[in-house]
Design a binder for this molecule. Structure first.
Ligand SMILES: Cc1cc2nc3c(=O)[nH]c(=O)nc-3n(C[C@H](O)[C@H](O)[C@H](O)COP(=O)(O)OP(=O)(O)OC[C@H]3O[C@@H](n4cnc5c(N)ncnc54)[C@H](O)[C@@H]3O)c2cc1C
Length: 119
């Protein structure tokens, strides 16, 4: 069997590793120059297999800013200029605002349904 895996992050690399151990032929396709250069790059190293906490919250934005001036912060951002990093930070905040909007729409919709059912 021959399988193509797109993305050489932790998911793609480990999938390729275990499938190749089973004798499967793998093509691991990565758009960046090296594997593990996207989300899997230099994260905290904490094993949180079932953690589904959303990172994009104002609490973490605050923590990120605090981390710039606090010595032992759990979140550290290298302030060195990088267009890619600052675009990512902006989209991080933008998606959070979108999430809040969607939550408001959902709550309004839920209330309407509840009122309709109770009538
Ligand atoms: C700051 C931070 C800290 C974190 N800390 C932890 C932690 O402590 N513990 C933990 O368990 N998790 C942590 N996480 C989450 C964890 O890093 C990610 O869940 C995990 O790395 C995702 O791996 P992945 O292989 O799915 O994605 P990625 O590592 O993002 O890999 C996807 C790969 O696909 C490539 N790709 C995308 N599109 C294409 C395409 N069209 N063609 C070819 N290649 C493509 C990308 O270039 C990339 O290399 C952290 C995440 C962040 C951002």
């Amino acid at each position: 069997m021959h399988i193509g895996i797109i993305g050489a992050g932790i998911t793609g690399v480990t999938t390729a590793y275990f499938l190749s151990k089973k004798g499967v032929d793998i093509d691991l396709i990565e758009s960046r120059r090296y594997p593990g250069m996207a989300t899997s790059y230099a994260n905290g190293g904490q094993l949180s297999a079932s953690n589904s906490e959303a990172w994009n919250s104002w609490y973490n934005v605050y923590n990120g800013i605090k981390g710039l001036i606090t010595k032992n912060s759990s979140i550290k951002i290298n302030p060195w200029p990088s267009v890619e990093k600052y675009l990512w930070l902006l989209s991080f905040i933008k998606i959070y605002q979108l999430k809040i909007k969607l939550q408001k729409i959902f709550v309004k919709w839920l209330l309407k349904v509840l009122i309709y059912i109770m009538k």
